[in-house]
Design a protein around this ligand. Structure first.
Ligand code: TMP
Length: 211
């Protein structure tokens, strides 16, 4: 059996993460892969509580560093209780957002030095990194229009266009600097076209994973 793999899905608001996560699940199931699905921030009891604090409005105006450290606190718990045990047990992990989101939102959006994030990444994760990351990318206006049709905006969704442009830029620059792992999916196209790009990337990934 092939070694268990760690796959993450990324993108800014309204790019269709939820729908496409479901689609990726069908692709993995079709291959008979044993996998778990999880998310960040969250994925554990403690992580979900941190998520509430991070996304809710009770602590509007929290310091950027507090936000950064809470993301990594949730991640430390997630790695210890869910991600690493699953991978060690031969189960693939499909995670809705991971550390690329920290580089994009806290680094790009909030302006925290990427080097600081890298230090925390090394500290919290050791050598644990995703094997494949699919980045759903669309111009900010398209994503925000879709996101605005949903319920009351959370603490991140309330940010302005400039913030999301920086988030997008940081995501794209990470994808360009690590093209082996991080694949850009054009999420501005219609759903069938988006699914077909995802399916191509997953097939390619399977073909490399077999060896
Ligand atoms: P979502 O996953 O439901 O879209 O919402 C999670 C929000 O948290 C989203 O706005 C991105 C943000 N986030 C960060 O700012 N940094 C992180 O490291 C992660 C995982 C998420």
């Amino acid at each position: 059996m092939t070694q268990a793999r760690f796959i993450t899905l990324e993108g800014s608001e309204g790019v269709g993460k939820t729908t496409n996560l479901e689609y990726i699940k069908t692709l993995l199931s079709a291959q008979g892969i044993d996998f778990i699905v999880t998310r960040e921030p969250g994925g554990t009891a403690l992580g979900e509580q941190l998520r509430e604090l991070l996304l809710g409005h009770k602590h509007d105006g929290m310091a950027d560093e507090t936000e950064l450290l809470m993301m990594f606190a949730a991640r430390a718990e997630h790695l210890d209780k869910v991600i690493k045990p699953a991978l060690a047990n031969g189960q693939w992990v499909l995670c809705d957002r991971f550390t690329d989101a920290t580089y994009a939102y806290q680094g790009g959006g909030r302006g925290i030095d990427f080097e600081r994030i890298r230090i925390l990444e090394d500290y919290v994760q050791g050598d644990c990194r995703p094997d494949l990351t699919l980045l759903l990318d669309a111009p900010i206006e398209i994503g925000r229009e879709r996101a605005n049709q949903r319920s009351a905006p959370d603490r991140f969704e309330k940010e302005q266009t400039d913030f999301f442009n920086k988030v997008r830029e940081a995501y794209l620059s990470r994808a360009k600097s690590d093209p082996q792992r991080m694949k850009i999916i054009n999420a501005a196209l219609d759903l069938d076209a988006v699914k077909s790009q995802i399916s191509d990337q997953i097939k390619l990934f399977f073909s490399h994973s077999d060896s």
